[in-house]
Design a protein around this ligand. Structure first.
Ligand code: SAH
Ligand code: SF4
Length: 466
């Protein structure tokens, strides 16, 4: 099958624009990138920052100091869109103070026609907007803006389906790395805007992925997370018989002291073969994020999810049989149109049955252009809020009891940084993705340590170095 890599000359052309902006920018102006949404957006922002650095910008944490601000937006829920619009609104006064400031917006929200129009008319201080399929043309767009100072809106998916290889990257962490293995989504879950804003599914060539991971392993990265909207369908557009499980097996042959993670999986495509590879390979973290969305078969059908509660449970049973220590997390949507009280209770019963280590729960949010947005029986906000509270209360009980099971045990932790709540302590994550706080020297950041757990609360474990 034909792959969808962009012609190398199109990338070379962007490198030429990067050189032109660098020449224009001898004093090393400053860039600040704001990121909303999922890990895919985090990974995209690392490419945007990488290109900006290549163009001579230095990275600043302070918006006040920035000469270029890029807001990378999310569209999955209305809340994320409103946050991005509100923060953009706050930047208006910066532009008043510094006329030369360039403000750009990109990502999923601005890839929707109605949002693009709103920005065009209501946010005149935004200089340019570029959609997800235009990310790689950022240098050319920026150059045009710096020279002409004209406002422009680039949403055409002229190169939709194409994969840019070889763009520079500026990794936010020196020990944790994101690696996109595919882009887009074909699933059209009826509530979800992603397929509309990120285009159809397309896989990167395995050689490119392996090359990137070899370099990360050589550079000492300790945690590598493979990204895609549905990593379990990796390769379907590209290979006759090479799938995600095969890719994982090949990656695990790469030597290095790293742990491999991946997200997100779709239960309709998660295979027993994949679970076997996970069980076999020490390098793969024994952690699985498997979005359920709803415990009701009727709602799952209305969501166009293509699996049943029973199929989902069969995957969980097989995982636990092969890897008794496996940690499971999920996504749940509360208040999908037409969801009855009984159907919601089926979701609660799934939580009791599976006993997830963590859940990410969301109030259903109407997305323009999706099938669910025009379904009858939209659930009133107060009913959604009440169900949401009950869901959280149940999961809190499970979390607390699961966390308490760790007291007295020792865990291997990758140290991530100072604790957000108590700066005198360090924070890290276990293989099962549990947050662990403990006292230790900051020189341990980026290293693995063994911690004995002494206390547990709802959100985290507390321990001592051993
Ligand atoms: N491709 C991934 C992630 C999609 S977005 C996946 O399929 O799991 C992350 C989560 O946001 C989804 O799993 C879903 O639970 C939630 N989500 C997506 N659209 C939503 C909507 N319209 N309202 C509320 N939650 C939504
Ligand atoms: Fe959205 Fe479904 Fe695709 Fe996930 S699999 S991105 S929820 S359409």
């Amino acid at each position: 099958m034909k792959d969808k890599i962009l012609a190398p000359e199109l990338i070379e052309r962007q490198y030429e624009y990067m050189a032109r902006v660098r020449e224009w920018n001898p004093d090393g102006l400053k860039v600040h990138v704001v990121t909303f949404g999922c890990q895919q957006n985090e990974a995209d922002s690392e490419r945007i920052t990488g290109m900006a650095v290549e163009m001579g910008y230095t990275v600043t944490e302070s918006v006040e100091d920035a000469d270029l601000i890029v807001i990378n937006t999310c569209a999955v829920r209305e809340h994320a869109e409103l946050k991005a619009l509100s923060i953009t609104g706050n930047f208006k006064h910066l532009k008043k103070k510094k006329k030369s400031l360039v403000i750009a917006m990109c990502g999923c929200m601005v890839s929707q026609e109605h949002r693009k129009d709103r920005i065009k008319h209501s946010y005149p201080y935004v200089d340019f907007v570029f959609g997800t399929t235009r990310l790689y043309t950022f240098p050319e767009i920026l150059f045009d803006c710096l020279i002409t100072r004209e406002r422009r809106f680039y949403l055409d998916a002229g190169d939709e389906g194409n994969i840019p290889e070889g763009l520079p990257v500026y990794r936010a962490s020196r020990f944790k790395a994101w690696v996109s293995i595919m882009y887009g989504c074909n699933n059209f879950c009826t509530y979800c805007v992603v397929p509309y804003v990120r285009g159809r599914e397309r896989s990167r060539r395995k050689e490119e992925i392996l090359k990137e991971i070899e370099a990360l392993a050589r550079d000492g990265y300790r945690e590598i997370t493979l990204l895609g909207q549905n990593v379990n369908s990796y390769g379907k557009d590209l290979y006759e018989c090479y799938d995600f499980a095969d890719l994982l097996s090949d990656i695990c042959k790469i030597e290095g002291n790293y742990q491999l993670r991946f997200m997100t999986s779709h239960p309709k495509d998660a295979s027993f073969k994949l679970i076997d590879v996970m069980a076999r390979e020490d390098k793969i973290a024994k952690f699985f994020h498997l979005p359920l969305q709803s415990g009701s078969d009727r709602v799952l059908t209305a969501m166009n999810r293509h699996y049943t509660r029973e199929h989902y449970l069969s995957l969980v049973r097989y995982m636990r049989e092969k890897m008794p220590e496996i940690s499971l997390s999920t996504d749940i949507i509360v208040g999908f149109p037409g969801e009855t009280e009984e159907e919601f209770c089926e979701t609660l019963s799934m939580l009791r049955e599976v006993r997830y280590d963590n859940i990410y729960s969301f109030l259903y949010s109407k997305r323009v252009g999706t099938r669910a947005a025009v379904m009858e029986d939209q659930i009133p906000d107060d009913v959604k809020a009440d169900r949401f509270e009950r869901l959280l209360a149940l999961q809190n009980e499970v979390n607390l009891s699961k966390n308490r099971e760790f007291v007295g045990k020792t865990l291997e932790i990758l140290v991530e940084g100072a604790s957000k709540t108590d700066k005198s302590r360090l924070t890290g994550r276990s293989e099962s993705n549990r947050l662990v706080h403990f006292s230790g020297d900051p020189s341990l950041i980026g290293k693995s340590v063994t911690v004995k757990i002494t206390e547990a609360d709802l959100h985290a474990l507390i321990g001592e170095l051993v």
